[in-house]
Design a protein around this ligand. Structure first.
Ligand code: KIV
Ligand code: ZN
Length: 505
């Protein structure tokens, strides 16, 4: 069995600090409850020294935290920050003080203005001070800010971390504070640190998404030894954001790792956080984007429909219900789409259609899509009505009237010639076919049924719909339809649509 990942949420700290309007206490409490329901193992509640509001929020969350949840507060390697953070969080049953300092050569030189030795000393002193305040009940986490930029001085970093561990840190966090290069470079560095430190030390990763690879870096770091995965809901955070918790959770789940989160909360959580952060979910966002279940190419639509009810789909990474999303793989019809989309769109709208009919109307639908792009369902339905119920051709019905019981008069054109014939039969269908036979157009009717289209589907009042199956001269079955308020006329229209269809073959 693989080890369980430890989900350390940073939405309320790293996510919050990037918002145009950071959350107030009530908003933080609301999200905190959602995080508890979602099942994260730790919550970084804030940066207590940053503001009175953040201090109060951290204290409140620590007060109300459930027993098994780690609550952490961030502090620079500065005594006053550490004291404030400890004061804010140490009321909960699992408090953690999280302190950090940059160790990349670039940052030490140009931002901190400190030599590596000064940084090392600051880190060790801060951790040992924090540990002295936390005592045996609380933990100390230490982060190497800009770890991803420490390729050249990795030995210095590793040696310092060994000292930091001796000073009392039990979680070592390795942030990719700015994502600049390859995922593999970062993951190899994480692996080196993991191998160099005692095995009871929990390795964490914290990846920013500057190049869009934070999920990959986090997931691969887990397989390289990192257990604590620092992520944000909706991937919010500074610049291009932090690692997206949903993507990491699902990637691990799909890789056979047991993920201790309530995955079915994901979709709703994403919508809630988007609302609260006032950051819309991009249409193409993995898993939760509005387009994440849309298929427009004919090949994809075909595969999606064939595997619709299966857990694994031909063109989706998960079954949508895994993340609490409706099972609504959306088919949009564009010039790239095919018959399957027409068939499914018409069927989903509640109209009867066969795949043969979808094939037949497909060129007309495609032509419309070429002009305007993705066709609204209404346009596809209009084309369906036009093409299926009003088939154009050499035969044109003029009228069909009952004369007496068993006798009907049929007037129609074939090309330019007008016919006016009385047909005989058991009912309108028989009589119409008899009149056509007298005119030299005998048809072989295989089957026919009639049902009612309710008002909503017919677009007006309730109408009758007739479906007829004819055998054409090549022995092929042709399906035709007719609709009318009069059941007799619906039948005759279906016959004429069938006549024109057979001539089109
Ligand atoms: O991105 C970062 O390096 C951080 C640290 C404070 C952990 O947020
Ligand atoms: Zn960060």
């Amino acid at each position: 069995m693989s080890r369980q990942p430890f989900f350390y949420d940073i939405t309320l700290r790293d996510g919050n600090q990037s918002l145009k309007k950071p959350w107030n206490l009530q908003e933080k409490e609301f999200i905190f409850k959602k995080l508890i329901d979602f099942g994260v193992q730790a919550v970084e509640a804030g940066f207590p020294a940053a503001s009175e509001m953040d201090f109060e929020a951290c204290r409140r969350l620590a007060e109300t935290a459930p027993e098994n949840l780690v609550i952490s507060g961030l502090a620079r390697c500065v005594e006053s920050d550490i004291k404030t953070a400890v004061e804010a969080i140490n009321i909960c049953s699992k408090p953690r003080l999280h302190t950090f300092i940059a160790m990349s050569p670039f940052n030490m030189k140009y931002v901190l203005n400190k030599s590596p030795e000064e940084v090392r000393k600051t880190a060790i002193e801060a951790v040992s001070f924090a540990k002295s305040l936390m005592g045996s009940r609380g933990e100390v986490q230490f982060s190497v800010e800009h770890f991803g930029d420490c390729m050249e001085n990795l030995d210095f970093v590793t040696d310092t971390l060994k000292e930091v561990v001796k000073a009392g840190a039990c979680v070592i966090n390795l942030p990719n504070t700015v994502e600049r290069t390859r995922v593999k470079t970062f993951v190899d560095m994480v692996e080196k640190v993991y191998n160099a430190l005692p095995k009871d030390i929990m390795i964490a990763v914290h990846c920013h998404n500057d190049l869009g690879m934070a999920t990959a870096a986090t997931v691969e770091s887990y397989f390289a030894g990192a257990t604590q995965l620092e992520c944000c809901l909706n991937g919010i955070g500074e610049r291009a954001g932090n690692t997206n918790m949903y993507e990491v959770a699902i990637a691990l789940h799909n890789s056979g790792v047991e993920v201790p989160l309530k995955l079915s909360d994901i979709y709703e959580l994403a919508l809630t956080i988007s609302d609260m952060a006032k950051i819309r979910i991009p249409d193409l966002a993995p898993l939760v984007g509005s387009e994440a279940l849309a298929h427009r190419s004919g090949i994809h639509q075909d595969g999606a429909i064939k595997t619709k009810d299966m857990e694994k789909g031909a063109y989706r990474p998960i079954h949508p219900t895994l993340i609490g999303r409706k099972d609504d793989e959306k088919l949009g019809f564009t010039s790239q789409s095919g018959k399957t989309a027409i068939f499914e769109i018409i069927k989903d709208a509640g109209y009867p259609i066969t795949i043969q009919e979808a094939v037949r109307i497909s060129p007309v639908v495609k032509e419309a899509a070429e002009k305007i792009g993705e066709l609204p369902t209404r346009n596809i339905i209009d084309i369906y009505f036009n093409e299926v119920f009003n088939v154009k051709g050499d035969f044109r019905l003029v009228s069909f009237e009952k004369l007496t019981d068993g006798v009907f008069n049929l007037k129609f054109f074939h090309k330019d010639k007008c016919y006016d014939i009385d047909g005989h039969g058991n009912g309108p269908v028989d009589a119409c076919l008899d009149a056509l036979k007298q005119a030299g157009f005998e048809q072989k009717l295989l089957d026919y049924e009639q049902f009612a289209l309710d008002g909503e589907l017919s677009g007006s009042g309730a109408v009758a719909m007739t479906v007829m199956h004819f055998e054409d001269k090549n022995g092929k079955t042709i399906i035709s339809r007719g609709k009318d308020e009069s059941t007799a006329k619906a039948n005759v229209k279906a016959i004429f649509n069938g006549l024109n269809l057979m001539r089109q073959q």
